[in-house]
Design a protein around this ligand. Structure first.
Ligand SMILES: [Mg+2]
Length: 73
């Protein structure tokens, strides 16, 4: 599962590089392609969380709260 996550992260990176012009893409990259790859990445994150019995919604909300507190100091 972790290798799947890394593979999906690589696909996201390749599309962002194409969108930003760092790497001439063999096929033009689009925001729709990025949305698909980000969704693939999010899916595998949910799969890993489920595998380990993690309540990802609760954890994510705590993380967002921590970021908010960090930036309002
Ligand atoms: Mg993908």
């Amino acid at each position: 599962m972790v290798t799947d996550l890394l593979e999906e992260a690589g696909e996201v990176a390749a599309i962002v590089k194409g969108l930003e012009g760092f790497k001439p893409p063999e096929k033009p990259k689009t925001k729709e392609m990025l949305a698909t790859e980000l969704s693939d990445l999010l899916y595998i994150i949910f799969v890993i969380a489920e595998h380990y019995g993690i309540n990802l919604e609760e954890s994510f909300l705590q993380t967002v709260n921590d970021y908010i507190l960090r930036f309002i100091k």
